[in-house]
Structure formats: C-alpha cells, structure tokens
Design a protein around this ligand. Structure first.
Ligand code: NAD
Ligand code: UDX
Length: 481
C-alpha cells in the first residue's frame, strides 16, 4: 500500500492556494508545498497580505504556514520531493489559432507536465485539478511516458475542483462530493486510493466518488454547464417577467420548491461572471464541434448568448430610463467584483455594464469594497473592452465609499450583491444625487418599496416597478434583437 508524506501543487492561484491550505490543515501528517512561476504571487502567499481575498483563508494559512504548508518558487525541488503532485495551473480560453475564443489553452498544463517529466527521479502520482477538456489526462500521460526515466512510473488522475469563490474555505471543508478519476488497472486503483486517503482525513468516504478518468473530466464541465444553464434559464424568465408583470423572484420560488428542481442557483441577475462558467461552457461547445455534434454545441452556446443578452438588456434599460441619453451624465456603479466576498473581477458583469456606459460617453463613479483601483482600471482598458483606453481615466472615477460615488450622479447601478449595499443610508445617497434619482438594482438586492418611498425611481431585473418603463424596454428589446 502506498503511503504519502510529501505532496506538491503546481499553481498558487485561486484553487491551488486555498485547497492546499485546507489539505495542510486537515492532514498534519503531510507536508504540502505550493509552487508557482510567479515570484510575486509566492511572496504574497508568504506575507501578511495574501494574494487573494477569501473569507477565513487567512486563519487557515496562518495556522499551517511554515509548519506543514510552504509556498515556494523552487518548482523543481517541489516536484522532486513529492510523491503526489497536483496540477492547478490556469487553463484560459485560447486567444489565437484553432479554437480561438472557445478552446481551452493547455500550454500551462503541458509545460507543468514537461517539467515533471524532466526533473522527477522517482515514481509520482500526477493529479489534474485544473479544469480541462475530456482526454487531457491522456495527453499528460503521453507527455510523461514519452520522457520517462528508468525506474520512474506515473499514474495520472483527474480530481476536478468544485469550490466557488467567496465561499472557497467552506466549500473545501464540506464538499458535496470529491471526484476522483483514474485508470481501471491495479496501479490506477492504488493511486486513486492514495489520493482518496488525503480527502478521507475530513470528507466522509461515501462522498468520495471514483470513476474513470474521462467521466471525471467531463463531469466537471457538465456541472459548470448545468449551473450556468440554470442562471441563463432564470434570466430568460426575467425578460418574460418584465414583459408581462410577473415577478421573477416569485417564479423562482415557485419553481425551486419542486424538490426535483431545488431552490439554489435560481437568482436572476445582471448575468453570471467569474473565471469558470463562460470559459468552461465554451470549452464544451468547442469539444462538441470537434466531435461533430453541432446541435449539442448550439444548445450550450445559448447559455452564453443569453448571458450576454442579459447584460445588454439591463444596460439598455439604464440608457432608456435616463431619457435615452447618458452622454456626460454621471452614473454610480456599486460593486465591480463578479460576486460578493471576492476581489476577483474576471468576466464580471460590471465590466460589461461599464463598457456600455462608457461607450455612450457617461462618467462612471465606481465603488467596490474589495477590488483595488488598478484592477478596475486595467479591466476597463482591456483591448476587448475599449479601443480608446486613453479615455478611460477621463471618464472613470474610483471612489472610496458608496456616498462619494453617488455625488451629483443621475443613477446608481448595483452590479454586485455585497451585503453592505443593503444597509447604506439611502436617504443620504438620495440627497447627494441629481433628480430624478434612479436606482437600477441588477441583483434584486435592495428594498425597492423603501427606495421608492424616499423618492427614487427604481428599476430591477425581472420585476415591473414602473409600468411605463417596462413597456419602453419591451418595444426597444424587440426592435434590436
Ligand atoms: P489562477 O490563474 O488563479 O492560478 C494559476 C497559477 O498557475 C498562476 O499563479 C500561474 O502563475 C501558475 N502557473 C501557470 N503555469 C505554471 C507552471 N508551468 N508552473 C508553475 N506555475 C504555473 O487560476 P485558478 O483560478 O486557480 O484556476 C486554476 C484551474 O482551476 C483552472 O483550470 C480553473 O478552470 C480551475 N478552477 C477554478 C476555480 C475558481 O473558482 N477559480 C474553481 C474550480 C476550478
Ligand atoms: C463556479 C462554480 O459554482 C464552482 O463549482 C466551480 O468550481 C467554479 O465556478 P464561481 O464562479 O466561483 O464558481 O462562483 P458562483 O457562485 O458559481 O457564481 C458564478 C456567477 O453566477 C456569479 O457572477 C454569481 O453572481 C452568478 N449567479 C450565481 C447568479 O447570477 N445567480 C445565481 O443564482 C447564482
């Protein structure tokens, strides 16, 4: 029976960092080393200010760092000493060549695999934790075995990660399930057992599901596609609600109480963001196209299309409500992260809402409790967001709080569901704004009656609060679809 004492994780990002911190805390008998190419990232992991914000991450890292949890740039040493190696590198969407804009770019996975092959002096279990297309483990296996040294053997496992940002530590401590895919051979099942042993330190054995490698890889893409699909489905319903006078929260409640459907992930919004959903659904669309399954590809593509439609539709409503012009108007954007309790802005709906507002020549005053100024500026000056990056600093002001962001503004737009936005002094905000003062609640977060009582004109997703506006949007959306 194989016993583990040292493990290594290649990639110290949103997944590698928190998941290894939890493994180190739950497995005091293991030494866990997380390595990365980026010296800056590693320095941050070794400092008081961790590179990512996650509730409770600080306490877990502080409890183990320097004891059985180490962050290092010495990738080769990490690989050499470990019996088991997690690959947790990024797998972004390709921006060039075949599959551009859809396929996953596997260059970081491949370079990690080649590094392992080059420096390993004894047998290793290599665990693919990054989200990858089906059969990526086979490619890793091929690279390893083509470069194998005498006496060295590799087992490649798939062990996708299901944590969500903002709740990463809770998710890691209480996973719905842990998925392990391996080869159906004697050595394969030994490797599966060794990895399972790590999780058994805190996860009930019946929640650790083992299966063949390809099923495991596909299950990760499938889970993200189903989750994203639920959001696009409820967002599609929100458009029907706005056109008819139904209330999307009521519909979600009614639908979600069917035990076969369930209540989670039915919150209508300005659109899903985050580094995973769009990338992984597109990855699957591309996979379907490559497998000559165009109907299946088109089905999943719609999940992305509805998400983009939702962001456009919401922003169009802002422009229409503000008398069809926002040029030179000040608009307050509250929240820039893709969801609450994270500073991550990857694919955030706020980026796209701001893009549309800036394209119309509005001045945008942004406040987010966690996202740093430079991050917002770099997101809004990306090539796919603007072809006039020099205008962005003229039009965008980053504010230290919601009240300053509301100064002399025509409209306030909620893009992220931060708790603190629920307890702001909206009378004070109203007093600072130009009249009529509008609020566009892109997260169904606020007490709309209370806001209307103060005097705000309120618009939200999937709910008619003002009949004339609803009619306007319906006509326009039809004419531009
Ligand atoms: P990330 O960009 O935050 O981190 C990846 C890290 O890998 C970076 O720090 C990068 O410098 C490092 N890296 C890249 N190539 C390397 C190499 N050859 N050697 C050493 N280090 C290298 O990415 P992430 O958000 O942690 O995502 C990692 C993977 O996990 C992706 O495949 C993603 O789809 C998947 N995933 C992410 C989440 C999430 O919530 N972010 C959840 C589940 C799964
Ligand atoms: C997701 C998956 O949930 C996770 O299992 C996977 O490992 C990585 O991708 P993440 O992107 O971090 O996690 O956050 P998630 O909570 O899924 O939210 C994604 C986006 O959907 C956010 O922008 C969120 O605001 C939005 N969302 C979520 C909704 O608009 N409505 C909902 O009901 C739920």
């Amino acid at each position: 029976k194989m016993t583990l004492s040292k493990i290594c994780c290649i990639g110290a990002g949103y997944v590698g960092g928190p998941s290894c911190a939890v493994i180190a805390q739950k497995c005091p008998d293991l030494t866990v080393t997380v390595v990365d190419l980026s010296a800056h990232r590693i320095d941050q992991w070794n400092s008081d200010t961790l590179p990512i914000f996650e509730p409770r991450l600080d306490e877990v890292v502080k409890a183990c760092r320097g004891k059985n949890l180490f962050f290092s740039t010495d990738i080769d040493k990490g690989i050499r000493e470990a019996e088991l190696i997690f690959i947790c590198v990024n797998t972004p969407t390709k921006t060039f060549g075949w599959g551009k804009g859809r396929a996953a770019d596997l260059k970081y996975i491949e370079s990690a695999a080649r590094r392992i092959a080059e420096v390993a002096q004894n047998s290793k279990i290599v665990v693919e934790k990054s989200t990858v297309p089906v059969k990526a483990a086979e490619s890793i296996s091929n690279i390893l075995s083509a470069n194998v040294k005498p006496g060295v053997k590799y087992q490649v496992l798939s062990n996708p990660e299901f944590l969500a940002e903002g709740t990463a530590i809770t998710d890691l401590l209480n996973p719905d399930r842990v998925l392990i895919g391996g080869e159906p051979t004697g050595e394969g099942s030994e490797a599966v057992k060794a990895l399972s042993w790590i999780y058994e330190h805190w996860v009930p054995k019946e929640n650790i599901i083992t299966m063949n490698t390809w099923s495991s890889e596909l299950s990760k893409l499938a889970a993200n596609a189903f989750l994203a699909q639920r959001i696009s489905s409820i967002n599609a319903m929100s458009a029907i609600c706005e056109a008819t006078g139904a209330d999307v929260d009521e519909v979600a409640h009614a639908v979600g109480t069917d035990s076969r459907i369930g209540p989670k992930f039915l919150k209508a919004s300005v659109g899903f963001g985050g580094s995973c959903f769009k990338k992984d659904v597109l990855n699957m669309v591309y996979l379907c196209e490559c497998l000559n399954l165009p109907e299946v590809a088109a089905y999943w593509q719609q999940v992305i299309d509805i998400n983009e439609y939702q962001r456009r539709r919401f922003t169009m409503r802002i422009v229409q409500s503000l008398f069809n012009t926002i040029t030179n108007k000040r608009i307050t954007v509250l929240g820039f992260a893709f969801k609450k309790n994270t500073a991550d802005t990857r694919e955030s709906a706020a980026i796209h809402v701001c893009k549309y507002l800036l394209d119309e020549g509005a001045h945008v005053q942004i406040y987010d409790p966690k996202v740093p100024r430079d991050q917002i500026m770099s997101d809004l000056t990306m090539a796919e967001i603007t072809d006039q990056p020099e205008r962005v600093p003229e039009l965008v002001t980053i504010c230290p709080n919601a009240y300053e962001a509301a100064e002399k503004s025509h409209a306030l737009v909620i893009c992220t569901e931060w708790d603190e936005f629920q307890t702001l002094d909206y009378q004070r905000i109203y007093d600072k704004m130009l009249k009529p003062a509008f609020i566009f609640d892109g997260r169904l977060l606020l007490d709309h009656q209370q806001l209307m009582d103060i005097g705000f004109k309120v618009e939200t997703i999937g709910k008619r609060l003002n009949r004339d506006q609803a009619k306007l949007v319906r006509t326009h959306a039809n004419s531009t679809s």
